[in-house]
Design a protein around this ligand. Sequence first.
Ligand code: BLA
Length: 317
Amino acid sequence: NCCMIRTGNRGRNGWFCCMRGTGPGKKSSAFSYKKFIDFALEEIKGHTSLVPSPLQEKFNSLKGNDGRSELEMLSFEAPKVRLLRCLSIEGDGMQVLDLAVFPRPEFDLPIFCANFFTAANTNIVVLDLNPLHCVITGNDYKEKYYRDLIPLGLKYAELLPWGGKLTSESLRFFSPIVIWTKFSPSQNKYSTLFAAFKDYYKAWLKLIDQAAEETDASQIVRNREAQHKYLMWRAEKDPGRQLLRKLVGEAFAEEIVRSFLFNGVHELGNKTFLDYYPEYKSEDGSINQKRSIIGKSFEDRPWDSEGNFLITVLGRE
Ligand code: BLA
């Protein structure tokens, strides 16, 4: 199985990847996220030069404990990109794509975030250019990055309708153009999702092309802390943790979450999760394990067609 001898293989992206999804004995699945990854790695080449991340050594490919699931991890850097990393899982009737791109702290660019979970009966999708700074109570950041993207968001808000109630705290990390949707498997929906992924990624690449490096030290500090705060949230409350633990065991799952998926939690700052999110402190001083303190809410899309947030209790700064 080529997936076991992957490190160092030069695949069709020219990096550490392999021939995907065609090996003998591989179950044919109706749908795969591999073409999303291929697109992302191909498309960015026209904009910047990617080099493999040192993380690639340790986080590459493995088989899950069930003997059937295949996990693939890829990671890169570029002049404006601290880390582009992607985890994909192909298992028994299950597919996962978690692809994120984290800019260097010299840039206040949004974080590209594609988070797709597909099981036999359902798809859970978050696709967004996650804002680095608050777009709920603050206007400047929203104007700077999202004003021109509102039509793109509106187009896909119609094609991929709001997925209903979710962890309320997550909304702080979403932009006015977030795609949060759920759907049952359908070829038509997958095609729409792929189109949305390509459009959002291209929009993000445009932002990165235009971005000028920040030279004001205090702004760089502010960007770094905002990214650290974001990473601390995701590393602590990632909904994929349970599944990862099942597939690779608790210890390696924790390493994947803290050192690969949300790399930077140790490097970008010293504050703790509870420094940022004191509302999660339980009586004994530990972190409340619940994902949400407020509870689930936002039955409907909480932005109007101009990108104004309709409820103002969730400010971030
Ligand atoms: C579910 N994933 C979800 C949900 C959201 C996200 C909003 C719905 C449940 C909820 O309301 O919390 C995604 N949440 C996000 C993202 C941010 C956020 C992207 O706050 C960013 C700020 N998901 C993964 C990986 C796996 C995975 C790697 O990223 C599996 C290995 C699985 N996500 C997964 C599963 C569910 C889910 C199984 C449904 C189960 C559940 O709701 O707990």
